[in-house]
Design a protein around this ligand. Structure first.
Ligand code: NAD
Ligand code: AHE
Ligand code: ZN
Ligand code: ZN
Length: 369
């Protein structure tokens, strides 16, 4: 069949709205009608050409809300009409990672999902007989997409898909980083570097964890208002201070914060985020994704003296078993999504969503099909 899609034919070029072919779902796979999708900075990162695993041409997008249209053979727990959120980290339930409570990084299809293939090593998208790569196993910038059942979280049908699509990445990642990865305790001091969809969701998570002081840091002064609305107690614009931001934060917090989060993808800021944590117990969590060849560094003594450097993918959330509860927590008013959506655009205007992100004029844009 045919589907409308925003195709990334090559890196650094705007997406092209095209009609492309999509094959029927094969064994264990599900055909979805995507209702809405967010645009995450990771889509822009891959489109920039900096992603060592980026494969072109591809259909980007990984923050979707969708309805099941058709199930391939041996699909066990889904049926047409079910509402789902595609997962870039699946949950097969059987691998040693799924069996461990220490990680959400199911590895059952990792050899294909990150390089743009379906688990059987083939692709479902094509144009004029030429195959097009999938992206993060989701490819939500297409009206119809095919996703393995193990990479679909079935969610409450009452939830608006044009809102809870953001739980497919940004909001869940930020909240989960605080609650699952860093495990912030009540009364803690927290620094959040970068206040986009991820950093603002870290602030939400820090409020849930009852952090006493939440310091938001962004070079875009326009982020102050939303940071404060969500619960930040302080806002710092690094371009307005003299000297090092880590020293500035240490002075402000009587020796450093208990927890910090890097939500940008800048290796220099990752270092600042580690170095602004408190001697003896500070924990810094890397969320931002950095390009090929980028490395982090700090003086080892910063770790010898009791700081911990951590990282998180999708906030440590196991998608099929834990994401449905995030949806319900949105429905009960516990998680803020609506105010994070600054723009709602049709697929034809998806390039505007990337421009708004690069200009710092959006938090999240949601594309409606
Ligand atoms: P975004 O573009 O919406 O937000 C980034 C923010 O960082 C912007 O507000 C920008 O002004 C700010 N910023 C840029 N440089 C800065 C600096 N030097 N100091 C302070 N602030 C600065 O991006 P996003 O969608 O929130 O994503 C943030 C990062 O998280 C990206 O690298 C993305 O790829 C990554 N990410 C990781 C995961 C994961 O699972 N680990 C999930 C989603 C996104
Ligand atoms: N291809 C990239 C990987 C980037 C990355 O770390 N992705 C995150 C999700 S970002 C969502 O917005 C992730 O979940 N990673 C898990 C994994 O196994 O890589 C690169 O840098 O190589
Ligand atoms: Zn993302
Ligand atoms: Zn698994």
């Amino acid at each position: 069949m045919k589907t409308r899609a925003a195709v990334a034919w090559e890196s650094k070029k705007p997406l092209a709205i095209e009609e492309i072919e999509i094959e029927k779902p094969k064994e264990g796979e599900v055909l979805l009608k995507v209702i809405a999708t967010g645009v995450c900075h990771t889509d822009a990162f891959t489109l920039s050409g900096d992603d060592p695993q980026g494969a072109f041409p591809c259909v980007l997008g990984h923050e979707g809300g969708a309805i099941v249209v058709e199930c391939g053979a041996n699909v066990k727990d889904l049926k047409p009409g079910d509402h789902v959120i595609p997962l870039y980290i699946p949950e097969c339930g059987n691998c040693k990672y799924c069996e461990s409570h220490k990680t959400n990084l199911c590895q059952s299809i990792s050899s294909t999902v990150w390089t743009g293939y379906m688990p059987d090593g083939t692709r479902r998208f094509s144009k004029n007989g030429n195959p097009i790569f999938h992206y993060m196993g989701c490819s939500t910038f297409a009206e119809y997409t095919v996703v393995p059942e193990i990479a679909l979280a079935k969610i409450n049908k009452e939830a608006p898909l044009d809102k809870v699509c953001l739980l497919g990445c940004g909001i869940t990642t930020g909240i989960g980083a605080v609650l699952n990865t860093a495990k912030v305790e009540a009364g803690s001091t927290v620094a959040v570097f970068g206040l986009g969809g991820i950093g603002l969701s870290v602030i939400q998570g820090a409020v849930m964890a009852k952090a006493a002081r939440i310091i938001g840091i962004d070079i875009n002064a326009g982020k102050r208002e939303m940071a404060k609305f969500l619960g930040a107690t302080d806002f710092i614009n690094p371009s307005e201070i003299n000297g090092s931001i880590s020293e500035y934060i240490k002075d402000l917090t009587n020796g450093g914060v208990d927890y910090s989060f890097e939500c940008i993808g800048n290796v220099h800021v990752m270092r600042d985020a580690l170095e602004c944590t408190h001697l003896g117990w500070g924990v810094s969590t890397v969320i931002g994704v950095a390009g090929a060849g980028k490395l982090i560094s700090t003086r080892p003594n910063n770790l010898v003296t009791g700081r911990t450097w951590k990282g998180t993918a999708f906030g440590g959330v196991k998608g099929r078993s834990q994401l449905p509860d995030y949806v319900n927590r949105y429905l009960s008013g516990e998680i803020e999504i609506d105010k994070m959506i600054t723009h709602t655009l049709p697929l034809e205007e998806i390039n505007t969503a990337f421009e708004l992100m690069h200009q710092g004029n959006s938090i999240r844009s949601v594309i409606i099909f």
